[in-house]
Design a protein around this ligand. Sequence first.
Ligand SMILES: C[S@@+](CC[C@H](N)C(=O)[O-])C[C@H]1O[C@@H](n2cnc3c(N)ncnc32)[C@H](O)[C@@H]1O
Length: 324
Amino acid sequence: MLSDRLTLALDTGTIALPGEGRIAVAGATARDDLSMLPRERITVISHFYPDYQAFKTAGYNVNIAFEGPFVATIIALPRAKKAAQEMVAKAARATDGPLIIDGQKTSGVASMLKALKARALVGEVLSKAHGKIFAVTGGDFSDWLHDETHIDGFVTAPGVFSADGIDPGSAALASALPKVLKGRVIDLGAGWGYLSHAVLQREGVTHVDLVEADAVALDLARKNITDSRATFLWDDATTYVGEAADHIVTNPPFHTDRTANPDLGRAFIRHAAKLLKPKGTLWLVANRHLPYESTLEERFQTVQLLNQSASYKIYTATRPKSPR
Ligand SMILES: C[S@@+](CC[C@H](N)C(=O)[O-])C[C@H]1O[C@@H](n2cnc3c(N)ncnc32)[C@H](O)[C@@H]1O
């Protein structure tokens, strides 16, 4: 974890931060403890709403993007290789000093280290708790700034969900939706907008609220959907407060930062029950192995398995038990 390795690296002198000036921290999650750093000099860069809000509430300067100059940037590597490269390239552009790279084995830190050694000066490497931390100076990373990708008529980018193609589960849910969907629809965890785009093809839709925590994905959704019935909301789908919906569509996430966590999907389902009108319907797709049935039954009076394949299950749920 970033906190443990960073503390040890600073204590042992493996890594030294400049004595003054602004320091950026990118890729940290709300579970990372940054108390070993001089808070007043830190700007936490996060485009993920729950992390952004948690650091803001804790009194840190926060920003969605790198607005330098910084004297150093600490990077907790994301899992997706291209997203990690892009983070390094953006950090390098905004930093006149070392980049401190921290990563778990599972985030590909070893191959990142190798790639960095080939193009920059890498200091001593500290390995601990299935990960590594090291400082990098110099180097040109401009070719790591990746362009957006065009797939099946949509724009995506590294690091967002289903960056390389439409998610088969979402495609299955889109084709299971009826021809007519009357009224206001919320897409919880809308990503780059695939499901909302499908919803807007249905008759009777008056409005779609796209609720998404990843600001990068939401920006892509703005490009993919130019329909005036769509509203783009950077928010947490488990706490979002908005106008009640006639329908909610969702392919809930099942990861919290770097860890698989079905509780997040369960929180989406519980909150969907609160956001629906009493006669509203939830349309949900989930990987077959995810244990959502009991939460659906806990929060809705009627739950129906609409469709299933070897990989996915599609449910509708109606008559929420906790209407607003
Ligand atoms: C499985 S993806 C589905 C994306 C899109 N609806 C699709 O079908 O392609 C789940 C989405 O939920 C987003 N997400 C994760 N946690 C969230 C939260 N707490 N609030 C809102 N969105 C969240 C992720 O960024 C991701 O885009």
